[in-house]
Design a protein around this ligand. Structure first.
Ligand code: HEC
Length: 109
């Protein structure tokens, strides 16, 4: 019985150790996205004006070559892929921040 409790604690600690960096990363990315004003149109899980970022990650799964193209599109604005809505340009966010965000979005599933 004591062994079972011990093993449960080890398991929970291991899970927390694995989950924590991921959660930290997500929190940092959401903060950057918020500062970059992406969140007025986007959410990780829900489609607002723009597609849910999890859907974007799934759509381009296994296609890392689209990264730079998406960075340019977010910077300049564009449409025609997800529906009738158009993404306005995001120059003020800066290309480096946009690249960091797109790279993270492409890891979402
Ligand atoms: C004014 C609303 C708006 C803002 C602000 C906005 N987006 Fe978008 N975003 C959209 C819309 C609408 C689409 C879908 C465009 C399409 O159908 O091609 C989109 C699509 C995308 C896509 C997928 C593009 C594709 O071709 O599949 C990514 C990635 C993205 N946005 C990231 C961002 C990031 C990062 C920011 C912040 C720097 C941001 N967006 C800010 C509205 C917005």
């Amino acid at each position: 019985m004591k062994l079972k409790i011990f093993l449960t604690i080890i398991l929970l600690a291991a899970q927390a150790a694995i989950a924590a960096p991921k959660a930290d990363k997500a929190a940092a990315m959401l903060e950057l996205a918020d500062q970059s004003r992406c969140m007025t149109c986007h959410d990780v899980d829900e489609t607002i004006r723009g597609p849910a970022w999890r859907d974007v990650g799934k759509r381009y799964q296994g296609k890392p070559e689209v990264e730079e193209q998406l960075v340019q599109k977010v910077l300049d604005g564009g449409g025609g892929v997800w529906g009738a809505e158009y993404m306005s340009a995001n120059k003020r966010a800066g290309i480096d921040n946009i690249r960091v965000l797109v790279r993270w979005i492409l890891t979402l599933r």
